[in-house]
Write a protein that binds this ligand. Structure first.
Ligand code: SAH
Length: 241
């Protein structure tokens, strides 16, 4: 069973949104599991503090390597990678999500304050992952995003495998625009080709729209797409963006 273990100062935030809808149902049915570790339980002082002032000076507090190591070492790894959610990490991509979803799960470390002592990351061989070029107040929402992205790919969690295949990023492109009833909304009609029943024409139109959108919004993805062609599933698993 795919298993996530989350180390946090605020474990009560979990499962939170991860228990809604199909993910929550899948967890209840045993398709995946979630454990939390309260980092404060590993504090060495009566105040339960886990942080101290930064060496070299400066603002804020840094989470201590020794306390985090005790918390982390209490978790059975079971072959799972340890991920520290961090704005300094490698930006998360769908290929990395796919690789993590295909493995036994992950152990996620959520930072607070100014982050964690660098020596913990080195000493435990921790992978640093960022969910985007912006700064959150803590790693919990980032860990939820990572776990949700993985769990929805687990076999049987979402209904249809083909809906996963056609999504944004799966072919190296953003997805084509979607429409549903009503046929006319505030004077705007669903594009005629989608009502034509001609599946080849529909597929060509969708590909064209996907390319157009990617070119306009994501020059980085577009460049890679032009150089490498469409990514097929199972290939380029660890390709960087
Ligand atoms: N001083 C740090 C930011 C600390 S933010 C820096 O400038 O790099 C506090 C915590 O929030 C971090 O330890 C991390 O766990 C989490 N966090 C903030 N932004 C994040 C992001 N973009 N992706 C993943 N985790 C993030």
């Amino acid at each position: 069973m795919w298993r996530a273990t989350v180390l946090s100062l605020f474990p009560e935030l979990f499962p939170g949104p991860l228990d809604a809808s199909v993910l929550g149902r899948a967890r209840a049915e045993g398709a995946w599991a979630l454990n939390t570790v309260r980092i404060r339980d590993f504090s060495d002082n009566p105040y339960g503090s886990v942080d101290d002032t930064p060496a070299g000076g400066g603002a804020g507090m840094v989470m201590r390597a020794d306390i985090l190591a005790k918390a982390l070492d209490s978790v059975p790894r079971e072959g799972r990678p340890v991920v520290y959610l961090s704005p300094r990490g490698t930006p998360l991509t769908q290929p990395r999500v796919r690789a993590l979803a295909a493995g036994p799960g992950l152990v996620a470390l959520c930072g607070r304050f100014e982050g964690v002592d660098e020596r913990l990351i080195e000493a435990r061989g921790i992978e640093e992952i960022s969910i985007g070029d912006f700064v959150l107040a803590g790693g919990e929402i980032a860990a939820m995003a990572l776990i949700e992205a993985c769990v929805r790919l687990l076999p049987g969690v979402l209904g249809s495998a083909s809906s996963l295949r056609e999504e944004s990023f799966e072919a190296g492109l953003l997805e084509y625009p979607q429409y549903t009833r009503p046929r006319v909304f505030e004077g705007r009609e669903i594009p005629g080709v989608l009502m034509s029943g001609d599946h080849a024409k529909i597929a060509a139109w969708r590909r064209e729209k996907a390319e157009e959108t990617t070119r306009a919004r994501r020059p980085d993805l577009w460049k890679r797409y032009c150089e490498n062609g469409p990514i097929r599933r199972g290939e380029n698993k660890d390709a960087d963006p």
